[in-house]
Each structure stands twice: as structure tokens, then as C-alpha cells.
Design a protein around this ligand. Structure first.
Ligand code: ATP
Ligand code: MG
Length: 574
């Protein structure tokens, strides 16, 4: 999703203005018109490798890569790895895999740590220019001196050190002469600025910690705020998109860029994605993993890209979803049901239909020949004629869903019940005649008769039946495990916690149900991990990597019922 053709880097290749736009795209269109940045569009996606990416990051990725692609620009993947204590190569690898899975290819692959030498030199320059100083106040004291939104800050007693003294101390900080926390390097800006970020922000701190890429070379590390803007600038990023909480940091980034006289990347802020019933914070997701509340970062209940991938979500669905929510300057919350709607919409087009029975009830067709097996033609995907058809074995003993039979039917129940005729999908019409019960009085077997003239589900006399149910042939069925997922959090806003409680107290205790004895049609015996199906009448399911030959494991991706789509139709948008 990139182009290496330098010719393509001009406004002439810009897409027509009739596309659905958003305010960021409009800014870029304007910049192309005025030839700001010489008609170049260069973006970057800058994750910190301190956890796995989540669906919120997908919004940023689609924006960064999507806009650059649209205008023939470039996008770098840059790891903002300035905090060695929380970062790890496992996260670097997962982030790369997730970006690729979403369908994007980066141009340059960079790390903020690539720039540590340059950043250090720039820090020296700021010291020489009298724009930075070494402070000996403790972190606590710095906080106190900083003031508040209503009170100005106070100058540190060390603020007026000479350039020589500052240079000496900073070089010795680098030379491992001082313990953690004893000194910091601060920008000398304005302790009375109404913007707290401008009150002499810390640029460097001492941290005797091994870095995943630079090892033990450094014991001083730049703060994110001293690294981010200059990293953008070094890469000649034109449009640097980030979330709204960095709006107040922009003046600081611009201050550094001005003092250093370097390429002026333009930062544009947009709203973070928030989803109902979902936590989007690497820190909190890490806690779920570390405390064993989920099976790992790729647990299908997790909003991580690796989790939703395992669950069966498609990159197309996610890209369509992010395109549809757009970007704005106000933070809101998107219904999880809307994301699910896009997953269904995409899977409806591509998932092969199969029959699976989650909670089996045995059906015996008394008048069907004992050893006969018929191969019934079944359509693979009514939405896709090229998907063809397959043959499904039919025999005298079948399984149907327990829910599809009621000995005493409630009102409006049209499925199987004694004396009632229903259609077996792709099979015959059957009528229930009697039941067999166990000691507890539960129905364990339903006896039926079939009408041999109704093969394929048609009635020669035109009589109607009100229900069509799915089934599998008992002798041919494959045993399968099916994992049914519900929201990880019951509350719409999981962070809404009672006094003295933690977000994790809001976890839904029933977010995972394991059905160990489902029966699926034989074509699924060796289904490959990652394959997605529609189990007719039940939902979309994907094959889990835990599957064994002859014993597949399925994750329910999403049920069939589309509450969001219905709502849209009602509102006349559908
Ligand atoms: P988290 O709080 O989950 O750790 P973060 O913002 O600290 O998220 P980064 O690794 O710094 O994570 O994020 C990389 C990029 O993704 C940033 O540009 C950030 O603004 C963007 N991003 C992170 N979360 C979201 C979100 N929920 N919606 C949109 N963009 C996001
Ligand atoms: Mg972060």
C-alpha cells in the first residue's frame, strides 16, 4: 500500500475531492493546493512497544497509512522506544505483524532509539544556547514547583546554572556518574506559562536500565516529549497525526523545532477511539494478561488486533469500520455493535455456510431406510455464486439443536414439536411423532417420520411449513469444541467503577462459554486454523489454532443478529 515512485509524490496524483472527506483530509488537500511541503504527504505510525496494538490503534493506522496512500505519499513505522523499562522485542514483533495483517506496508522502519545520538547532540546545543539546564530537584520537588492550572510555577534554584556547569553535569549524567533520579535535564522556557507543558519540561532523565536495542550504551533517556517531535522532523514527516491528549504538547514540540531550526512537521490531533464495553489501554490490557484474567494478548475476547484476528474479525471489516467512524475533534464513544455490524457485513460476503449443531438432540427418522446415506447438495454461499456447492451426508439418525424442539411449544414457536412438520435444510420435511426421555424427564431423543417426496426441502403439493432447521448426520458428524464469547465487560463504560473497586471488578464472569461436545458436518474435520465459516442460523465462527486433526475448535466471531444494522434501518439509513 505504498508507492516508491517519486513521481507519485505530487499533488497531481491526489484523489478527486468528491471522496467522503474528514477534517484531516481537508487539511492535506489544502496543503497540496498551497504546495506546503512541496506537495509531499508523509505520515508515520508511532507506537510505543510496551504492549500489543488494539482496535484504537487500528483507527490511527488506517488514518496514517490510508491518507498517505491516497495521496501517493509515504508512511513510516516508528517505534517510540524511549522507556526501556516497559519495552520489549515481543511487542515490536507483534506490532509489525498486526500492521501487516491490517493490509499496510511501511516505507521506513525506524526507532526513536535510532536518534539517541542526534537527540543528545541537540540537547547539548540547547544547553549551549542557554535553553536547557540540569536540575537537581527531586521528582517530587519538581512537581511542587510546577504549580497548577490556576497557580504559576516557581523557578528551580538550579535554573540559572552557567552553560559550562550544565554541559559538565549533563556529560557526566551520560557518563554514568550519577544514580537514577539525582538529576534531570530541563528545557528553560517559562515557569509561568498557562500551558503546564511549557513550564520547563524534563527532557532527559537518568535511568540505569538496559534498552531492548541500545543495550547498556545509555543511562540517560530522552522523555517522549523531547523525542517525538524531533523524530517526526528527522524523518521529514509532513502530517503528524496523533490523539487529542497531545494537543497541549504541540506548542512544546514546535518550540523544540524552532530552537533547533529543523524541519517543521505539522501535528494534527484527532479523537481517540472509545468503544462501549471495551477497554482500550495497553496498560490495562497488560494487567488482564498478567493477572491471567484472559488467556493472553490474543485471547479472542481482547480488543487487541491479535485477539480479534483469532476471533475471526477480518482486516477489511476493521478498515471499513474505521472509515465509517471518521475522525473529529470531540471525544465520544462508539457502540461495539457497530464494529460487529461491519464484521458481519464482510463475513456475509466471504464466509462459507456450513451446518453445525452446538447443543445436540438426537432425531431418529423411523421410516428412513436403516443403512441408507444420501448426499444432499448444499450451497456454500448464497452471496457468492463462485463459491459453489458441497455434498452433506443425510441418514436415519441426525442431530438437531436442542432449542429447535419443544415438547410443549410456547406461543409462536414454529419449530419441531410433536405432530408438527418442519423442513430440514437441504434435506426432507419431517414430522415429530414421539419422544424418549431420561430418568430426569428430559427429552433425549425425538422420533420422526419423513416424506420421501420432499427431498431438497420442496413440497410437490405446495404445502407450507413455517420453519427450516439445521442438522448433521450422527454417523458422519465430527466432534468439535466451540467457544462462545460475550463482552469482556458488562458495563457500557468499563472504567466506570464503584468507590474502592478496580476496573477488573467490572469483568463479565461469563465472557467465555466452552461447548465441548458440539457436532459439525464432516467437511470441517480438518478445517485450517483461521478459516471463517457461517454456521447456518447461529453466527460466524473461525477455526482456532488449538484445533487438532479430526477435532476442530471454533471461536464464535459474532452472532447473526445485527442490532446495529436494524437500528440504522429504523433510522432510515440502511
Ligand atoms: P495506550 O493508552 O493504549 O497505551 P497510547 O496512545 O499510549 O495507547 P501509542 O503506542 O503511543 O499508544 O500509540 C500509537 C499511536 O496510536 C499514537 O499516535 C496514538 O495517538 C494512537 N492511538 C492510541 N490509542 C488510540 C485510540 N484509542 N484511538 C485512536 N488512536 C489511538
Ligand atoms: Mg503510551
Amino acid at each position: 500500500m505504498k508507492t516508491s515512485d517519486p513521481e507519485a509524490e505530487t499533488a497531481e496524483h491526489a484523489a478527486p475531492e468528491s471522496r467522503p472527506s474528514n477534517f484531516i483530509r481537508d487539511i492535506i488537500l489544502d496543503d497540496l493546493k498551497t504546495n506546503k511541503f512541496n506537495g509531499r504527504v508523509q505520515t508515520r505510525f508511532p507506537p510505543e512497544p510496551n504492549g500489543y496494538l488494539h482496535i484504537g490503534h487500528a483507527k490511527a493506522i488506517c488514518l496514517d497509512f490510508g491518507l498517505a496512500d491516497e495521496f501517493g505519499g509515504h508512511t513510516n513505522l516508528r517505534f517510540d522506544d524511549t522507556n526501556p523499562q516497559k519495552e520489549d522485542t515481543e511487542y515490536v514483533d507483534s506490532i509489525k505483524a498486526d500492521v501487516q495483517w491490517l493490509g499496510y506496508r511501511w516505507d521506513g522502519l525506524f526507532y526513536a532509539s535510532d536518534y539517541f545520538d542526534q537527540l543528545y547532540d541537540w540537547a547539548l546545543k540547547l544547553i549551549r544556547d542557554g535553553k536547557a539546564y540540569v536540575d537537581d530537584l527531586s521528582a517530587e520537588e519538581i512537581r511542587k514547583y510546577r504549580g497548577t492550572l490556576t497557580e504559576p510555577g516557581k523557578n528551580s534554584p538550579y535554573r540559572n546554572r552557567s552553560v559550562e556547569e550544565n554541559l559538565d553535569l549533563f556529560q557526566r549524567m551520560k557518563a554514568k556518574e550519577f544514580p537514577d533520579g539525582s538529576h534531570v535535564l530541563r528545557a528553560k522556557i517559562d515557569m509561568t506559562s498557562p500551558n503546564l507543558n511549557m513550564r520547563d519540561p524534563v527532557m532527559y532523565r537518568i535511568l540505569h536500565a538496559e534498552h531492548h536495542r541500545t543495550g547498556n550504551k545509555w543511562c540517560i533517556y530522552p522523555m517522549y516529549d523531547f523525542a517525538h517531535g524531533q523524530s517526526d522532523s528527522l524523518e521529514k514527516v509532513t502530517h503528524s497525526m496523533c490523539t487529542l491528549e497531545f494537543e497541549d504538547h504541540r506548542p512544546l514540540y514546535n518550540w523544540f523545532i524552532q530552537q533547533l531550526g529543523i524541519f517543521p512537521s505539522q501535528q494534527i490531533e484527532f479523537d481517540r477511539l472509545n468503544l462501549t464495553h471495551t477497554l482500550l489501554s495497553k496498560r490495562k490490557l497488560l494487567q488482564l494478561v498478567q493477572e491471567g484474567r484472559v488467556r493472553g494478548w490474543d485471547d479472542p475476547r481482547m480488543p487487541t488486533l491479535s485477539g480479534i484476528r483469532r476471533r475471526g474479525y477480518t482486516p477489511e471489516a476493521i478498515r471499513n469500520f474505521t472509515a465509517s467512524i471518521g475522525v473529529s475533534k470531540t471525544t465520544g464513544s462508539i457502540e461495539l455493535a457497530m464494529l460487529e455490524h461491519f464484521v458481519r457485513e464482510d463475513l456475509n460476503k466471504r464466509a462459507l455456510r456450513v451446518m453445525a449443531v452446538l447443543r445436540p438432540l438426537k432425531v431418529v427418522i423411523d421410516n428412513y431406510p436403516e443403512n441408507q446415506v444420501e448426499e444432499m447438495d448444499a450451497v456454500n454461499n448464497p452471496e457468492d455464486a463462485t463459491a459453489g456447492s458441497r455434498r452433506v451426508p443425510f441418514s436415519r439418525v441426525l442431530y438437531i439443536e436442542q432449542d429447535d424442539f419443544r415438547e410443549v411449544p410456547p406461543p409462536k414457536y414454529f419449530r419441531l414439536t410433536p405432530g408438527r412438520e418442519v423442513r430440514l435444510r437441504y434435506g426432507y420435511l419431517i414430522t415429530a411423532t414421539s419422544v424418549v426421555k431420561n430418568d430426569k424427564g428430559e427429552v433425549v431423543e425425538v422420533h420422526c417420520t419423513y416424506d420421501p417426496a420432499t427431498r431438497g426441502g420442496n413440497t410437490p403439493d405446495g404445502r407450507k411449513v413455517k420453519a427450516t432447521i439445521h442438522w448433521v448426520s450422527a454417523a458422519h458428524a465430527v466432534d468439535a469444541e466451540v467457544r462462545i464469547y460475550e463482552n469482556l465487560f458488562l458495563k457500557e463504560n468499563p472504567s466506570d467503577v464503584e468507590e474502592g473497586q478496580d476496573v477488573l471488578d467490572n469483568l463479565n464472569p461469563n465472557s467465555l462459554e466452552i461447548i465441548a461436545e458440539a457436532k459439525v458436518e464432516p467437511s470441517l474435520a480438518n478445517a485450517a486454523a483461521g478459516t471463517r465459516y457461517q454456521f447456518e442460523r447461529l453466527g460466524y465462527f473461525s477455526v482456532d489454532p488449538d484445533s487438532q486433526p479430526g477435532r476442530p475448535v471454533f471461536n464464535r466471531t459474532v452472532a447473526l443478529k445485527d442490532t446495529w444494522g436494524k437500528l440504522e434501518k429504523k433510522q432510515g439509513k440502511g
